[in-house]
Design a protein around this ligand. Structure first.
Ligand SMILES: Nc1nc2c(ncn2[C@@H]2O[C@H](COP(=O)(O)OP(=O)(O)OP(=O)(O)O)[C@@H](O)[C@H]2O)c(=O)[nH]1
Ligand SMILES: [Zn+2]
Length: 363
């Protein structure tokens, strides 16, 4: 029978469970763990978890651990032991840096050193892919199978999930239709849907670019604040309109609108980063304090869409060298880099300077 969800479908369920505050069960190497996302934890479920046998731990990334001066014995992650009197506010205070400056962490925060951190690592990856803060409460369970069944929990075997976490999901074209725009009357919007149930991505085709020549292309990452609201904190809005205008002017091009808001951390986390920037941290430091890397985007998605549309070579409009190398690694030739320098203003000068200094953006 083919009715039961496969691992990719179960992972999509797990992401939405965690976003709703519902626990999931991770299994692997003869162990099982009850997992709840720190961000969506509630007092009642925390109380119930503490009533079970065993020592719950809060798994956080080493980026977050560094800010908290906690030891990350597992390299990329740390397993913080939960004090017996820990409540929801304690857990969320460790996971979320918004109050770090007002309430410097008292600590010390002892981390676990022994045992296997595999399930904890998977828990953080799933929380991250759900666009939540990268922190999860984890409790190793006995009799896990009956516990999951009784409570109707989504069960994820970590070994089966591993190849899919951090992988690029195959994408399929859904529909395309004519879309006359200010920048070009001959516009067409294509919708692509990934198999993993995550956000759809869009391609805006201008004119009918030849498939056997390098196409003028832009990989644009969604920025609700810049693209829609005209935020002055970044240069996304002018870059989006500038790229479309140049494609309209040349009569041909493809703009990929990738739904990877906030360099892949989601809009809620980007707003957390903005609030940290108001406390004096730059765009890179803010991501790190939240527990993320500088840039969590997967540009292979863009390369895959281009290949699906029949393009093998691009004139890429970007100042970001990572976009160029990722395209080439994904098998799309970058015949030329076309600089896209628009939209500098008094509010985003420091942001653009940080990208140049810390993220290698070309000036
Ligand atoms: N996390 C985070 N994301 C931000 C911030 N400012 C802008 N963004 C996001 O950064 C992305 C901007 O990406 P792009 O326009 O592709 O820019 P880029 O990587 O600088 O590369 P090029 O513009 O091609 O040179 C969008 O997803 C924005 O939402 C910020 O301060 N923090
Ligand atoms: Zn932006």
């Amino acid at each position: 029978m083919s009715f039961a969800p496969d691992i990719v479908e179960r992972l999509a369920r797990a992401r939405s469970d965690l976003r709703m505050g519902v626990p999931i069960l991770l299994t692997g190497r003869g162990k099982a763990a009850l997992v709840m996302a720190a961000e969506t934890l509630n007092e009642e479920r925390l109380k119930d978890m503490k009533a079970l046998d065993g020592q719950p731990v809060l798994a956080i990334t080493s980026r977050r651990a560094e800010t908290l001066k906690a030891r990350a014995y597992d390299g990329d992650i740390a397993r913080i032991e939960l004090p017996t009197d820990a409540d929801q506010a304690w857990v969320q205070g460790v996971a979320n840096p918004s109050d770090d400056l007002n309430k410097p962490m008292k600590g010390p925060l002892p981390s676990q050193r022994d045992g296997d951190a595999g399930l904890h690592r998977s828990a953080i990856q799933i929380a991250k892919s759900a666009r939540l803060l990268p922190a999860a409460l984890v409790l190793t369970l006995k009799n896990a199978a009956s516990f999951a069944l009784e409570n109707g929990l989504t069960v994820i075997p970590a070994d089966l999930a591993k190849p899919h976490l951090g992988a690029t999901s195959p994408l399929h074209p859904v529909v395309h239709a004519r879309l006359p725009m200010d920048a070009a009357e001959a516009g067409r919007l294509h919708i692509f849907r990934p198999e993993d149930g995550a956000e759809e991505h869009y391609a805006i085709e201008i004119g009918r670019p030849a498939r056997d020549k390098p196409v003028l292309a832009r990989l644009h990452s969604a920025c609700f604040t810049g693209d829609v609201l005209g935020s002055l904190k970044c240069d996304c809005g002018p870059q989006l309109r500038g790229a479309l205008a140049q494609m309209g002017h040349e009569g041909a091009g493809v703009l990929l609108y990738l739904n990877q808001e906030g360099r892949g951390i989601g809009l809620a986390n980007k707003m957390r980063a903005y609030s940290l920037q108001d406390q004096g941290f730059d765009t890179v430091q803010a991501n790190h304090r939240l527990g993320f890397e500088d840039d969590e985007r997967d540009f292979r998605i863009g390369a895959n869409i281009l290949k699906k549309m029949g393009f093998a070579s691009v004139r890429l409009m970007t100042n970001n060298p990572r976009k160029i190398s990722m395209m080439e690694n994904a098998g799309v030739d970058v015949a030329e880099r076309v600089a896209l320098k628009v939209g500098e203003n008094a509010h985003n000068q420091a942001y653009l300077a940080t990208k140049a200094k810390k993220s290698g953006h070309l000036l």
